[in-house]
Design a protein around this ligand. Structure first.
Ligand code: SF4
Ligand code: SF4
Length: 380
């Protein structure tokens, strides 16, 4: 059974996914692609893949940065010559990702590093069901066996679905701070599995747990202590390593952003370097570690793409197990909700390098594209 997350998407043929991203290709696919019967003079290259950190990806042209199979009209030559089925699964599936979840069940969700998905522009994703089901039949070998016992964290399927559905609705509610939901989830984890697996009781208790968490959780301030700042810096560093794959930069803005990021990470090791007490620091403009930064965002609509992104991950369960380094349910959930902190920091960074004044939706979109691009995929 295939469950498709409720999103919107119609390809804009921008070519970004073939131009910027490292597109994985499996050994079996490499073998099959190498045997494709190109006619003389037509074969783009024999050397079509490269290996990075032990993983194989389609090679990019050194000058243009395009995949070696991309033509000048942003179309795939392999697709045009041999049809879609000859392409690697990653190419055929994008922007969708599959996850085998429970026995006989698979989810599909679209990635937010695709501009069309990020903009929520186009057809409802349900429209692609036939294509996705066909793709799924061709790809059974790649999907694995679904969640392991350890990944399920002692929870039943019904309990996991009830928690995720409750949180999905909650993250879409702009009146609910995401850090309060994170506190609620931690509390739920502490209450033990017999409690969490009693689904009927759980459903009646979750709203009051949410309300209590909203009342008692102070405004998010993850930059306040030294360990939190270190953790956040490390997360941001990971994201910024992949930034050139998702962003559209002017060189001026890129230079400014690299400068600000360098100040962040090379700040003489002083945890107070960027605090409001040092307003002269160039990075203070980004106010990454300013308590005000972590209180409620300026306008709720700024965070629309972040909330939609979290909701689709919750709906598709693509935040633990194979989707996130083999993490267990509660660990994956905590990491997923924590991305809201990184989104705020990256949005500030983008705003500081791009325009004066408060955050605008484009700042958040930049952050969400980058975070979702990296979620569970950074090769450490
Ligand atoms: S990035 Fe998205 S919109 Fe652009 S070509 Fe790829 S699938 Fe289409
Ligand atoms: S092989 Fe084709 S679809 Fe895949 S990344 Fe290259 S150009 Fe894009």
């Amino acid at each position: 059974m295939l469950q498709i997350a409720h999103q919107r998407y119609t390809c804009q043929e921008c070519g970004r996914c073939c131009r910027r991203f490292l597109v994985p290709v499996t050994p079996l696919e490499i073998e099959a692609i190498a045997k494709l019967p190109w006619s003389p003079g037509q074969r783009p290259t024999r050397d079509f893949y490269c290996v990075v950190n032990g993983h194989a990806f389609f090679r990019h042209d050194a000058k243009t940065g395009d995949c070696v199979y991309l033509d000048e009209h942003s179309h795939c030559r392999m697709h045009a010559t041999f049809g879609a089925k000859c392409k690697a699964l990653s190419c055929r599936a994008y922007p969708f990702e599959f996850l085998a979840t429970f026995p006989g069940e698979v989810t599909a969700a679209a990635r937010y590093d695709c501009p069309a998905v990020l903009a929520n522009a186009g057809h409802a994703t349900e429209r692609y069901r036939n294509d996705l089901e066909e793709l799924l039949q061709d790809s059974q070998l790649h999907l694995g066996n679904g969640f392991s016992e350890a990944e399920l964290d002692g929870l039943t399927r019904e309990s996991i679905l009830a928690i995720c559905e409750f949180l999905r609705k909650a993250v879409l509610d702009t009146a609910i701070p995401i850090n309060a939901l994170r506190a609620m989830v931690r509390r739920l984890d502490q209450l033990g599995r017999p409690f969490a697996n009693d689904v009927e009781t759980l459903k009646t208790v979750l709203p009051s747990m949410r309300d209590k968490a909203i009342r008692e959780t102070p405004p998010a301030a993850p930059g306040r202590t030294w360990p939190e700042r270190t953790h956040l810096r490390s997360n941001l560093l990971d994201y910024l390593r992949y930034e050139q794959q998702t962003g559209d930069f002017s060189w001026r803005r890129r230079f400014r952003q690299v400068f600000l990021a360098t100040k962040l990470f090379m700040g003489h090791g002083n945890p107070h370097e960027f605090s409001p007490l040092q307003p002269d620091s160039p990075f203070a403009k980004a106010r990454i570690f300013d308590a005000k930064t972590w209180s409620v965002p300026v306008e709720p609509e700024v965070w629309n793409s972040l909330r939609r992104c979290l909701a689709s991950r919750l709906e598709s369960l693509q935040f633990f197990g194979r989707a996130y380094y083999g993490a267990s349910f509660f660990k994956g959930l905590d990491e997923l909700l924590e991305t809201a902190d990184s989104a705020l920091a990256l949005s500030r960074l983008h705003a500081a390098a791009s325009h004066p004044g408060e955050l605008v939706p484009e700042d958040c979109d930049y952050a969400v594209a980058l975070i979702d691009h990296c979620h569970g995929k950074i090769h450490r």
